[in-house]
Design a protein around this ligand. Structure first.
Ligand SMILES: *Cc1c(COP(=O)(O)O)cnc(C)c1O
Length: 395
């Protein structure tokens, strides 16, 4: 098995560092720091104990027997919804903020869309007594007021971004600008396996705890590896965290579920791998939703966490090499998954995770009765209750 990425941060043709000269000193310092720290035993031990005692890991791998009747196979849920702060994002922010502290940084910055990554970053910054600034598009600040309040409670400063579409990609541009000016004192925490090298690698490493735990847990319960791993794909971090530790196990099939929105031919979707073309966004070559001039096109999804025009370069590599299959679930399928899991298992899933659940139920013909399927339940649905109620007009 060839190790990916190579030393240039390339996954086949994807990934890399497409960055302006002014950004290179910051990237080079981070690369050096990360390659040193990631092999350091003390760092690894400290992170492991934070994941256990602060974030509540390992999260359970739960055989969902009621859901299994709807998928027609043995269906397990990897319960990232039970990680502290309610989603997998904490795995990455704990790793990155600890890296920042270990390498002498005093200040943390992050971009956020729906606010989930901002909250997870502000949480760990509070824990580690670091100054924290979160860039968030004005439109998103308005849409996600509660998360803005949450970040402020945690001691972070939220900077509304008024440029461009005033959403996630503009917030990211603003964070990168800050980082260029302040990298000597500041670490920039990216929230998914996207952006220039070494971020896709680093975030994958920190999220791989999901798949590593799953391997141990499934071997204990079933004495064999799963047939399928299914996870939703926004930027691609919960899915990569689940998939990557099984990369060399060719019989374990990977299925990434993107947000099909109102339909992938309507223009209202975020199905980057299904419908995008190769292009560069935030320093990395990957699939991208873009128009004929290469301008990033607006996206839509019922779940804010999947509403993103790019995707991690390693996913593009998995797609091109056939290692993973990428499919999509419509808003409607996700809402069905959301209701179904709530009703039959008593678990209210995040709308993002509901895409994976909804897809598996709708495509039960794929599975044989003996198949073992693990679905990543990336987060809990409390944050989505108001939105679902609004859509369905029940409040
Ligand atoms: C942010 C988020 C996602 C999407 O991000 P990935 O990087 O694709 O994992 C999925 N689920 C939940 C609950 C999230 O908060």
């Amino acid at each position: 098995m060839k190790t990916i990425p190579d030393r240039y941060g390339k996954y086949g043709p994807f990934g890399g560092i497409f960055a302006p000269e002014t950004l290179m000193p910051a990237i080079e310092e981070l690369e050096n720091n990360y390659s040193r720290i990631s092999r350091n035993r003390e760092f690894k031990n400290e992170l492991a104990s934070l994941l256990a005692d602060y974030a509540g890991r390992p999260t359970p791998l739960y055989l969902a027997e009621n859901l299994s009747r709807y998928t027609g196979c043995r269906t397990y849920l990897k319960r990232e919804d039970l990680a502290f702060t309610g989603a997998h994002k904490i795995n990455n922010t704990l790793g990155q903020v600890l890296l920042a502290r270990t390498t002498g940084k005093k200040r943390i910055i992050a971009e956020t869309g729906a606010g989930q990554h901002g909250v997870a970053t502000a949480t760990v910054a509070a824990l580690m007594n670091m100054e924290c600034v979160v860039y968030m598009g004005e439109v998103d600040c308005e849409r996600q007021k509660i998360n803005v309040y949450r970040m402020k409670l945690l001691g972070a400063r939220v900077v509304p971004v008024a440029t461009g579409s005033r959403t996630l990609k503009d917030a990211t541009n603003e964070a990168i600008r800050d980082w260029i000016a302040n990298f000597q004192t500041t670490h920039y925490v990216i929230g998914s396996v996207v952006g220039f090298h070494p971020y896709p690698l680093m975030v994958r490493d920190f999220q791989s705890v999901i798949g590593e735990e799953t391997r141990v847990q499934i071997m204990k319960k079933e004495k064999r590896l799963p047939d399928y791993l299914v996870a939703c794909v926004g930027g691609g971090s919960n899915s990569m965290g689940l998939f990557h530790p099984f990369y060399g196990n060719r019989k374990v099939k990977f299925i990434g579920v993107e947000a099909g929105g109102r339909g992938v031919n309507t223009g209202y979707h975020s199905a980057t791998l299904s419908k995008g073309r190769k292009g560069i966004l935030h320093g990395s070559l990957s699939y991208l939703l873009q128009d004929v001039n290469g301008q990033v096109t607006p996206t839509h999804s019922v779940s804010a966490g999947l509403d993103y025009p790019g995707v991690g370069p390693e996913h593009s590599f998995y797609k091109e090499t056939g290692r993973a299959e990428y499919v999509y679930a419509l808003d409607r399928d996700a809402l069905e998954g959301f209701h179904l899991l709530s009703r039959i298992e008593g678990i209210i899933p995040a709308l993002e995770s509901s895409h994976a659940v909804g897809w598996a139920v709708k495509n039960k013909k794929r599975f044989r009765e003996k198949d073992i399927v693990v679905i990543c339940l990336s987060g809990r649905g409390d944050k989505d209750l108001m939105e679902v109620a609004r859509i369905e007009g029940s409040m």
